[in-house]
Design a protein around this ligand. Sequence first.
Ligand SMILES: NC(=O)c1ccc[n+]([C@@H]2O[C@H](COP(=O)([O-])OP(=O)(O)OC[C@H]3O[C@@H](n4cnc5c(N)ncnc54)[C@H](OP(=O)(O)O)[C@@H]3O)[C@@H](O)[C@H]2O)c1
Length: 273
Amino acid sequence: MEHEIADPVGTGRDRILITGAGGQLGRALQEEFAADGALALTRADWDVTLPPPDVQPELVLHAAAWTDVDGAEEDPQGAAAVNVGGTRHAAELGAPLVYYSTDYVFDGAKREPYVESDPPSPLSAYGRTKLHGEGAAGESAWIVRTSGLFGEHGGNFVKTMLRLAKERDEVSVVDDQRTSPTYVRHLAAATRELLDRPHGVWHLAAAGDCTWADFAEAIFEEAGVGVRVRRVSSTELGRPAARPAYSVLRSEKHAPELPHWRDGLRACLDRLR
Ligand SMILES: NC(=O)c1ccc[n+]([C@@H]2O[C@H](COP(=O)([O-])OP(=O)(O)OC[C@H]3O[C@@H](n4cnc5c(N)ncnc54)[C@H](OP(=O)(O)O)[C@@H]3O)[C@@H](O)[C@H]2O)c1
């Protein structure tokens, strides 16, 4: 596991460890920090529910997580083992940590952008484990709340819509959940900028906001496929976990700014082509 890193992010730190390196954000972080020689650990390299490996990184980018929102309702303890216990283990490495949290720590009742000082009130087991994970990240951590991640790798909404477009003329998508779909490469770049800011909670999400139905229409439009979007309610879809009706994140403390979600979508589709 020993890994020499000559000159990392230009901040004088010389070792970066990325957890969850096989996930969509983990892959983007690997690309963003490739020139810094980051040590990228997939689940096979380190299952974060187990104690940490014997390495002394100077920065941990903790992207490993249980992200199955509906599955967490059935197995909240399994989700907590990863999202809380795994984060505690990542903090035990003793290095400053970037912990990725979620808009699902909010209940969506506010109906205007959530800022860092708004009180969390998660609706789902997943949201609760991610909120407890924020506490487990410790004092020397940047807590990055983000939303609706998508990218070229792994499973996500964009790739699901493109797959469905090959199979159907119409897809049903919820139109009563408003958020800011965020491109993982934009989040990875913003993470680098954040390292110059103080520890604490930061909201880092794409500019702009939309419902998932709006996002689906934009995906089909940008991809040039003629699929209709049937706008449905969350009740109609009937998924196990409750999700906030409104979870747009903005910063009240000058967080690094991300491009608009539609720019992220175009960049992602360009790379998928
Ligand atoms: N996806 C979103 O829309 C979204 C929104 C807001 C916040 N976030 C947060 O952003 C972060 C990154 O999410 P993502 O979208 O990149 O998720 P992802 O694609 O599901 O990646 C998560 C990675 O964590 C790994 N993992 C799961 N359990 C693990 C364990 N016990 N030990 C080590 N690795 C484990 C997964 O491995 P396997 O593939 O082998 O399971 C996967 O590679 C997470 O903290 C998530 O909560 C995500």
